[in-house]
Design a protein around this ligand. Structure first.
Ligand code: GDP
Ligand code: MG
Length: 439
């Protein structure tokens, strides 16, 4: 799965511009990866629509391969869906665990207690499961291994009473983690029971514990538990297996919550606080997506800074290259049409520009976009010395940018006209004007 996504992406390596078909292909592979990671179908569709739309509309920052740009969009969209990890302040609090039998609640309770103990807090686990015969012993043994406080009562029958008593008996602890019973399915008595426990415990945070292998069933569970006790976050267990935990996304989406912890083994130390980066990379079967996104973001900021740094006067210094033209076109996006930009240059407003051919000023937004696409497929050398661009290069650039050779020629034509204009400007006024300004 991940490997076919990587294959598709590798094919696109080095392209500075992706065609609509390229983007379709990437989005298809991402859909495939997400579906096989158990992400809900309608979520996958929603995600891929957003990814497609943004990939087609947004401009990659200069120098960023289009493939990296699309991946950063994929990452951002997934982060937007999953969010940062569930907020858990390192202070006194009560946490209630909910979930089906075997999802990993008891194990997670001990693991979380261990995790809080490493943060210098004093946690206690309260075991309220009277349903499963071995529940008390299991919880007791695990909390011993975690070296944290524990309360349970193998002889008591009322889980609500155990919860009440447990909070009293462990009053010296500052973090209370209340474990509950599960069932094979969502039965009414289970829901009633957990609602009553919730009423007594009044948790600060209620977490839904889900097995990473859960698929489409995540939605119903999340909905029912959310309606009965309100779910603030999700714990995904058994991520040390082959399952990727995509069902948790459904739960997060359904409950409008986030992910708190990941379980990665059977030992009490096998727990991680959720981080979107690693989780998303794993979901897609790709490494380092977060880092890549950071890099693209930095490039984006750099482009913005470069644009701010550019002054219309720069056009008049030295050789006018395609790089200048591109910068100038980008700047015009912010500043307005070329003739207005000319007005901003000291000494060149008013009458002088009227002597220039109209065509030199005529770069519509539409053409600017096309030109920008074409220039992204040129090498730096070509942009610095456009006169050396011959028929072979024109063919290559057209192919690389997914445009026609005719358009590339048009761009070069426009460049020549602008260069001539700029030269005229340089000849016309600059000398005397500069002298006047320096006085
Ligand atoms: P509960 O019924 O929800 O309390 O689930 P348990 O905590 O009893 O866990 C059910 C089974 O899953 C046990 O055999 C656990 O050892 C196992 N388990 C729980 N979490 C993990 C995990 O993160 N990784 C692995 N490999 N096994 C886990
Ligand atoms: Mg249990």
């Amino acid at each position: 799965l991940g490997s076919s996504l990587r294959g598709t992406l590798d094919k696109l390596r080095g392209k500075s511009r992706l065609s609509e078909e390229d983007i379709e292909e990437i989005v298809k592979e991402i859909q495939r990866s997400l579906l096989s990671a158990d992400v809900d179908v309608s979520l996958v569709m929603e995600l891929s629509d957003n990814i497609k739309e943004r990939s087609l509309e947004e401009e990659p920052p200069a120098g960023t391969p289009a493939r990296d740009f699309v991946l950063s969009i994929v990452y951002e969209e997934l982060v937007a869906l999953i969010g940062e990890s569930t907020e858990l302040p390192l202070e006194e609090q009560t946490i209630l665990l909910a979930g089906l039998q075997g999802s990993g609640k008891t194990t997670s309770a001990a693991k979380m207690a261990w995790w809080f103990s490493t943060k210098g807090l004093r946690p206690a686990v309260i075991q309220t499961d009277t349903f499963r015969p071995g529940a008390y012993d299991q919880a007791k043994e695990m909390t011993q291994r975690a070296e944290v406080d524990f309360y349970g009562n193998p002889d008591a029958e009322d889980p609500v009473e155990i919860a009440r008593k447990g909070l009293e008996e462990t009053s010296e602890a500052d973090v209370h983690i209340v474990d509950t019973a599960g069932r094979h399915a969502l039965e009414d008595d289970l829901i009633d029971e957990i609602e009553q426990i919730e009423g007594v415990v009044e948790p600060d945070t209620s977490l839904l514990v889900l097995d990473a292998a859960i698929g489409q069933g995540a939605k119903d569970q999340a909905q029912q538990f959310d309606e009965s006790i309100g779910i603030d976050g999700v714990v995904i267990t058994k991520l040390d297996g082959t399952a990727k935990g995509g069902g948790a996304l459904t739960a997060v989406d359904q409950t409008d919550s986030s992910i708190a912890f990941l379980g990665t083994g059977e030992e009490v130390q096998d727990i991680e606080r959720f981080e979107p980066d690693g989780f998303i990379s794993r979901l897609l079967g790709m490494g380092d997506l977060g880092q890549l996104t950071e890099r693209v973001e930095r490039a984006m900021q750099q482009t913005e800074m470069d644009e701010e740094d550019w002054e219309p006067e720069d056009m008049l210094q030295g050789q006018f290259t395609l790089n200048d033209m591109q910068k100038q076109m980008e700047a015009m996006n912010n500043m307005g049409p070329l003739d207005q930009v000319m007005d901003m240059i000291p000494g060149f407003g008013g009458g002088i520009k009227d002597q220039l051919p109209d065509d030199a000023m005529d770069v519509t937004q539409e053409r600017m976009r096309t030109f920008s696409v074409i220039m992204d497929s040129m090498t730096d050398a070509e942009k610095e010395y456009p006169k050396a661009i011959g028929a072979n290069q024109i063919e290559r650039i057209a192919r690389g940018s997914g445009t026609e050779e005719e358009k590339v020629r048009e761009l070069l034509q426009q460049y020549k006209m602008m260069e001539k204009t700029i030269k005229q400007f340089q000849g016309m006024g600059s000398e005397q004007e500069m002298q006047r300004m320096m006085k």
